[in-house]
Design a protein around this ligand. Sequence first.
Ligand SMILES: Nc1nc2c(ncn2[C@@H]2O[C@H](COP(=O)(O)OP(=O)(O)OP(=O)(O)O)[C@@H](O)[C@H]2O)c(=O)[nH]1
Ligand SMILES: [Mg+2]
Length: 226
Amino acid sequence: MVRFTADHKVYIKILYWGMAGSGKTTIVDTLYRFTKENDKDIAPTGNLTKISMASGSTLYFDRGIFRSTKQQSRGKVFYHVYTVAGQRRFSPLRKKIFKGTDGVIFAVDSQTHFFEDNIESLKELKNITRGKLIKEIPLIIMLNKQDLTEVIGEEDFKQVLKDEKLWYEPDDKLYFWNPIIYKTCALYEKRKDVYRSFSECARRTGLYQIYGDGEAPEEFKEFRDF
Ligand SMILES: Nc1nc2c(ncn2[C@@H]2O[C@H](COP(=O)(O)OP(=O)(O)OP(=O)(O)O)[C@@H](O)[C@H]2O)c(=O)[nH]1
Ligand SMILES: [Mg+2]
């Protein structure tokens, strides 16, 4: 739920969701370091909060707060970025962390042997969002770990989205808001599209609020170059 405060600040919650080990924590680490060290449209404020086990797997969540550095929104727009703990047993916790989410980035572990586990994680997300994905909550897909061999391709995952009714045909008014599927690598030294995928989710979340009153705006063509 986007929060507007009395002092004209806007808080947007973006959540990384996905199976255990898909790279969510690594993605936020890379996003943090990259936007701290480079002059980008967002910059971190403070440190990342990480609650994890000795193995590095998330126990509760990670959280980072980023502020917009764009001229028109500088000092006014803030992004609360969370990751969920992906292990199966943390399902009730994920439901809690999900509350108030404005935009979701779904991180896929692209290794082909995890194909079914990714689908299971997507189904759980769908279940929690109760039909709101894409319609009210923008969805972006990261096919992560594309630096490895034997990975899931874009067409494979598009089919998953179609099967899950998260993909609209060109004659549908939601077609324009179909999830963009990014082929990513979250490892800092080999990073690919970590910043870009976040930016697109943030951009869409803003458009949903400004032009759609919290829903996917219908008259979308003019926003193409927004
Ligand atoms: N090769 C490769 N390894 C990655 C990539 N992203 C993450 N990893 C590795 O995958 C492992 C798990 O990454 P995490 O970021 O902890 O995964 P997570 O999604 O946060 O896992 P949970 O917190 O258990 O849900 C770590 O060893 C990472 O270094 C990637 O793009 N490529
Ligand atoms: Mg994690």
